[in-house]
Design a binder for this molecule. Structure first.
Ligand code: ADP
Ligand code: 5GP
Length: 374
C-alpha cells in the first residue's frame, strides 16, 4: 500500500509497504536540516537510516510528498530554482543496492535538475596511456563545462600533486571505514593501493552544474556500470605496448617495481576492455592532438546529453498550497515568481517529472518547469 500526506508543519509521513518514513520533524525548524526516520511496522521500531548524498538546507521551510514508490519530492520554499527541487530516495535501485551492501536501512538525497543535464564521463585505460593529459586538455579548453571527480587514494602524492585537487590522499583505515559506511560509489585495489570515487566527489561536480569526469580503472568502470549512475564509458589504449612502457618510464613518477606492476596490470586491462563490451568508445592515444580531437568529437556525439538552456525563473516561491497530479506526473505550484507574492499573481508553476532520469548518486535530471495562467 502506498500513501502520502502533506502537512503545514515540517513533517510528512510516507508509507511504502511495511515501512513508514517520517520526513522532517520539529527539530528541522531549528537547524534547517530535514531529518528522516523510518518506522518498521513488523518490528514496531523506529530506525535511524544511513543518509547518503548531500542534504538540502531548508532555511524557509519545505513541502514534501511521495511521487512514486521509490522517492519523495521535496520543494524548498523561497529558494532559487537550482536549489529548490530535491528528491529523497527511499526505495530506488541505488538505495536497494546500498541497503544490501550495508545491511542497514538507507535513504539518499538527490538534487533535482531542470532539463536533461549531461551524463558523467568515465575514462579508463592503462597507467601511462595519457588519460590525465587528455582530461587536463579538456578541462583547460572547457573550464565551465567539465569538472573532475577527485578520487580518494591511499597511495603517496607525487611531487606536483595537491591534496583535494588531484586526489584526496587518505589513510587506509579511514578510507576503509568510509567505504563500509556507504560513502563511496566505487572503490578498487589498483597497483597495490586503494582508490575510490566518493558519492560526494561526483555530487560536488554536479552541484556546480558541470559534467563530471571520472578517471578510474577498469574495475571501477565495471562497478559504475553496475551502479544506477548513467555514464558514458571511454577506454583509452596505447598504439603499442612498447610505447606505453616508454611513456610510463618517461613520466618518471614511479619506481621500477611500480612500473613493472603497472605494466603487468596494463595487459589485463587491455584484454578486459576490449573483450567485454564494457566501454561505449575506444580511443587510441597515438598522436596526442589527434586523439584529443577524437575525444572531443565523440563527446559532441553525445550532444543530446548536453544541458539545455534553463528556464529564466530565478526564484521559486513555494507556499504550502500546491496540488499534485500523480497520474500526469506533475505538481502544480500556486505561487509568486521573482518576488511576486502568491496573492498578487495568478501564475502557477507546473513541475513535470514524467521524464525523470538519473538520481542518487548525483542529480535527478529530466525535470520540466513551466508557467501557466489557467
Ligand atoms: P595516465 O594518466 O593515463 O597515467 P598521463 O597522462 O600521466 O597518463 O601520461 C603519461 C605520460 O605520457 C606523460 O608524461 C604524458 O606527457 C605522456 N603522453 C600522454 N599522451 C601522449 C602521447 N599521445 N604521445 C606521447 N606522450 C604522451
Ligand atoms: P595513478 O596512481 O597513476 O594516479 O592511478 C592509477 C590508476 O588508478 C589509474 O588507472 C586510475 O585510472 C585509477 N584510479 C584513479 N582514481 C580511481 C578511483 O577513484 N577508482 C578506481 N577504481 N580507480 C581509480
Amino acid at each position: 500500500m502506498v500513501h502520502d500526506s502533506e502537512s503545514k508543519v515540517y513533517e510528512t509521513f510516507t508509507i511504502i509497504a511495511d515501512k513508514i518514513y517520517s520526513i522532517g520533524g520539529s527539530e528541522a525548524i531549528s537547524n534547517f536540516s530535514i531529518n528522516v526516520k523510518v518506522f518498521d511496522k513488523p518490528t514496531g521500531t523506529w530506525l535511524e537510516p544511513v543518509v547518503l548524498g548531500t542534504k538540502p538546507v531548508a532555511r524557509n521551510g519545505y513541502s514534501s510528498f511521495l511521487i512514486d514508490n521509490e522517492r519523495a519530492l521535496i520543494l524548498l520554499k523561497e529558494s532559487s530554482h537550482d536549489n529548490s527541487i530535491w528528491f529523497l530516495e527511499v526505495d530506488t535501485p541505488f538505495v536497494k543496492q546500498k541497503r544490501k551492501q550495508l545491511g542497514a536501512e538507507v535513504v539518499a538525497w538527490s538534487k533535482g535538475l531542470l532539463g536533461h543535464g549531461s551524463k558523467p564521463i568515465v575514462i579508463s585505460g592503462p597507467s601511462g596511456v595519457g588519460k590525465g593529459t587528455l582530461i587536463a586538455k579538456l578541462m583547460k579548453e572547457f573550464p565551465s563545462t567539465f569538472g573532475f571527480s577527485v578520487s580518494h587514494t591511499t597511495r603517496a602524492p607525487r611531487e606536483h600533486e595537491l591534496n583535494g585537487v588531484h586526489y584526496h590522499f587518505t589513510e587506509r583505515s579511514k578510507m576503509e571505514k568510509d567505504i563500509q559506511d556507504g560513502k563511496f560509489l566505487e572503490s578498487a585495489l589498483v597497483h597495490g593501493n586503494l582508490y575510490g570515487t566518493s558519492i560526494e566527489a561526483v555530487e560536488a561536480v554536479s552541484d556546480v552544474g558541470k559534467r563530471c569526469i571520472l578517471d578510474i580503472d577498469v574495475q571501477g568502470a565495471r562497478s559504475v556500470r553496475a551502479s544506477p549512475l548513467e555514464a558514458t564509458f571511454i577506454f583509452v589504449r596505447p598504439p603499442s605496448f612498447e610505447e606505453l612502457e616508454k611513456r610510463l618510464r618517461a613520466r618518471g613518477t614511479e619506481a621500477e617495481e611500480q612500473i613493472q606492476k603497472r605494466l603487468t596490470n596494463a595487459r589485463a586491462e587491455l584484454e578486459q576492455a576490449e573483450s567485454n563490451g564494457l566501454f561505449d568508445h575506444l580511443l587510441i592515444n597515438d598522436e596526442l592532438e589527434s586523439c584529443y580531437q577524437n575525444l572531443k568529437k565523440l563527446l559532441a556525439l553525445d550532444e543530446t546529453d548536453r544541458e539545455p538552456s534553463q528556464p529564466s525563473m530565478k526564484s521559486f516561491m513555494v507556499p504550502f498550497s500546491h496540488s499534485t497530479s500523480k497520474a500526469d506526473k506533475k505538481v502544480i505550484i500556486h505561487c509568486g515568481i521573482n518576488g511576486m507574492s502568491a496573492s498578487s499573481s495568478s501564475t502557477k508553476l507546473i513541475l513535470d517529472w514524467a521524464l525523470l532520469k538519473g538520481g542518487a548518486p548525483g542529480r535527478t535530471r529530466g525535470l520540466n518547469l513551466y508557467t501557466t495562467n489557467l
